[in-house]
Design a protein around this ligand. Structure first.
Ligand code: URA
Length: 433
């Protein structure tokens, strides 16, 4: 077999066989296929697409290109969730305790933030003492004891995806549905959970700019997972504006705790309940409406909050910070952005708001950057809200006073105003099963 023939076959629009796809992935990982050949094939896939079969073979080849996690000792109750990335997305911190307080088992690997989107692992590390680097033995023993553990990605999981994703990033081949679907699903399959629920976001702060594109991606990923014997669902959610009010690591943890205490913003609570209900329904084999009642009760009764405290303490976190969120260190400086006119906010560009929070120190522009855990933005007004001249639109927090001007400029560039009220798109566009 020759990689040249495989590239040419895809370039001419023909379907690749399982053997050809496996040959490509194996060769790319062992360096016998070069970057320029892999780039040419990715570009051919970008233009010609892939059939359902080809996408499934590519996903499996990448999933099996390195280590895989064996969660079989926990039976069929293992669950995972994945978000395609957004701004202010702290849903794992709420969904994990809800579903594990109801008997699901979550042994999860999460990522760090890069660019305008945050990462769960960084958020968890803003809690004093919380350890995201458990040995495999510690990880499994936490899951055994508490039904939940969340750690950073370690080991040699999906090396093919790591290499290919880095290549796609610099060859303008990221935004291809079969390449995104196989990239995400290879990692989820390798991570071993039986039930996988995806939060596929659309809008300015997301990969998929429209709900229709997100639906195509979600449908593709659900099909792949089902064909590999997993319970699957995808919730398509709105990322036209950030989720909740708080952006930034400790600010987002504090907001998640607020939701677990029965408060917090409605949009955040609603997305969490939608995701948790899908997980519980698939895991416990009950209807969505029965699952929803259980999830709402876990929140209202404080059961999920208790689970959260247990989980945080078991990974070394100081649970007194959950009782009293004033213990989270505060940013040295704060700055309010005021409205200059009366009217309504008609649009918020979530990506620019994410970048404004990175400027304040809440995220990384490169993998090597360090994070200011206390930095970020609290949105006091969101899309659709009526504003009066002088109202506080948002409060910026940072330990680096010199970042305020450019963060403010970036933040204001994200907003559009109108004189009249506007109607908002639905928070949840649909559910694919
Ligand atoms: N996220 C991934 O993990 N892979 C992609 O290709 C795109 C987003």
């Amino acid at each position: 077999m020759r990689i040249y023939d495989i590239i040419k076959k895809k370039r001419d629009g023909f379907e690749l066989s399982r053997e050809e796809i496996e040959f490509f992935i194996k060769g790319y990982v062992d360096d016998s296929i070069y970057d320029y050949q892999a780039s040419a094939l990715c570009m051919a896939i970008f233009f010609k697409g892939m059939t359902e079969k080809e996408t499934a073979y590519l996903t499996l080849a990448m999933a099996n290109s390195g280590d895989t996690v064996d969660l079989s000792r926990f039976g069929d109750k293992t669950v995972d969730k994945h978000s395609t990335g957004g701004v202010g997305d702290k849903t794992t911190l709420i969904v994990a305790p809800i579903v594990t307080s109801l008997g699901c088992v979550m042994a999860k690997m999460s990522g760090r933030g890069l660019g305008h989107t945050g990462g769960t692992v960084d958020k968890l590390e803003s809690i004093k003492g919380f350890n995201v680097e458990l040995t495999p033995e510690e990880f499994f023993s936490q899951v055994e004891k508490n039904g939940v553990a969340v750690v950073g990605q370690s080991g040699n999981l999906t090396p093919a995806d790591k290499k290919l994703y880095a290549l796609r990033d610099v060859t303008a081949t990221v935004d291809s549905i079969p390449l995104i679907a196989s990239s995400i699903m290879s990692k989820k399959l390798a991570a071993g959970s039986h039930t996988i629920v995806l939060d596929v976001k659309y809008g300015s702060g997301a990969f998929m700019k429209t709900a229709e594109e997100a639906e195509v991606l979600a449908t593709e990923m659900v099909k792949i997972g089902k064909n590999c014997g997993r319970n699957m669902a995808a919730v398509i959610t709105n990322m036209e504006r950030p989720l909740g009010k708080n952006i930034g690591n400790s600010l987002e943890v504090i907001e998640a705790i607020e939701v677990l205490k029965g408060n917090g913003p409605e949009d955040l609570k609603e997305v969490c309940l939608a995701l948790a209900s899908q997980i519980v329904s698939l895991c416990e084999k009950i209807s969505e409406s029965e699952a929803r009642v259980l999830c709402e009760d876990a929140l209202a009764s404080g059961k999920a909050l208790e689970k959260f405290k247990e989980w945080i303490a078991s990974q070394g976190g100081d649970s007194s910070w959950i009782e009293n969120t004033d213990l989270f260190p505060k940013a040295k400086y704060k700055f309010e952005i005021k409205a200059e006119n009366d009217g309504y906010i008609s649009k918020m560009d979530a990506e620019s708001i994410g970048i404004a929070s990175v400027i304040l120190g809440a995220g990384r522009e490169t993998k090597e950057d360090t994070i200011d855990m206390s930095a970020g933005i609290v949105l006091n007004k969101k899309t659709g809200d009526r504003i009066a001249k002088g109202d506080n639109l948002a409060t910026l927090y940072t330990c680096n006073e010199t970042s305020f001007n450019s963060a403010k400029e970036k933040y204001l560039s994200a907003l559009k105003f109108s004189e009249n009220s506007i109607s908002e798109k639905a928070l949840i566009f649909g559910i694919i099963k």
